[in-house]
Design a protein. Structure first.
Length: 256
């Protein structure tokens, strides 16, 4: 396999668009052959990893030289969203000899990983709801969601496009809080209608409603429990959104 490179993630050299590549999308635990949450965001000149659930670092290496990462954003401290930071740390120390990789996340994340926090591999930067930061040519803004631990949804803007990522959330937070003009909403749809109100997540129906109310142009649903039927979740989301939807899957790339 040829060595991954930065330019391979762009649709054309003349018109480098904002894109998201799925490295993992299973909710709460990885299913057989699956991986936890992880998404590679690419703009004209910037590469950002959003979440690093179990199995995502292996998939990242199939698509990008880890040395090309400009920053990492972790949305919350649940294990299915961050534990591959240990693999990233080991690779950075033993292969890249790299330190000071910018890592943005809620304060609780650093408390959960004191071993990582003390090594110098990552430059830990605490963010919270309402913050807005620039990473290369990407602008990232954060909103706190409805989840048992501090969890940050992210709006990413670059190359004239806007992506909204719900992270994990129950229905007492609205995707519209990320603002209007979303070219694509990457929204969790963990389970189906019969589970609503039980686990602090969204059903397919709720995800579709959220994306419709936010005026999103496209909806990609993600974070489905591996034991929940993809077709049922998708049908709920499509009916509520009022338009075709797309499913996250490992290796899928969505160009905005």
């Amino acid at each position: 396999m040829p060595t991954p490179n930065r330019s391979s993630l762009n649709p054309t050299a003349e018109d480098p668009a904002l894109s998201v590549t799925v490295l993992g999308c299973d909710g709460s635990w990885p299913g057989p052959g699956g991986a936890g949450s992880g998404y590679l965001i690419a703009s004209a000149s910037t590469r950002v990893l959003i979440d690093a659930g179990p199995g995502t670092f292996a998939n990242l290496q199939l698509r990008l030289d880890p040395a090309s990462l400009d920053a990492i954003v972790i949305t919350h401290a649940h294990a299915d969203h961050w534990t591959d930071l240990f693999g990233l740390d080991a690779h950075a120390r033993f292969v890249l000899e790299r330190t000071g990789i910018p890592l943005f996340g809620p304060g609780e994340l650093r408390e959960r990983a004191p071993e990582l926090a003390g090594r110098g591999t990552f430059e830990w930067r605490v963010v919270e709801g309402g913050n807005r930061i620039d990473i290369g040519d990407l602008c990232c803004s954060f909103r706190r969601t409805d989840h048992p631990v501090e969890t940050l949804a992210v709006r990413l803007e670059g190359s004239g496009r806007a992506l909204g990522y719900s992270a994990d959330s129950g229905p007492r937070w609205e995707l519209a809080d990320l603002g209007t003009g979303l070219d694509l909403a990457l929204c969790e749809a963990t389970y189906t209608v019969e589970h609503e109100g039980t686990m602090g997540h969204l059903s397919g129906r709720q995800a579709g409603n959220q994306a419709r109310d936010a005026g999103a142009r496209r909806l990609v649903i993600t974070h489905r429990w591996p034991t929940v039927d993809e077709a049922v979740v998708g049908a709920e989301a499509r009916a509520a959104f009022g338009a075709p939807i797309e499913h996250a899957s490992i290796g899928a790339q969505f160009v905005l």
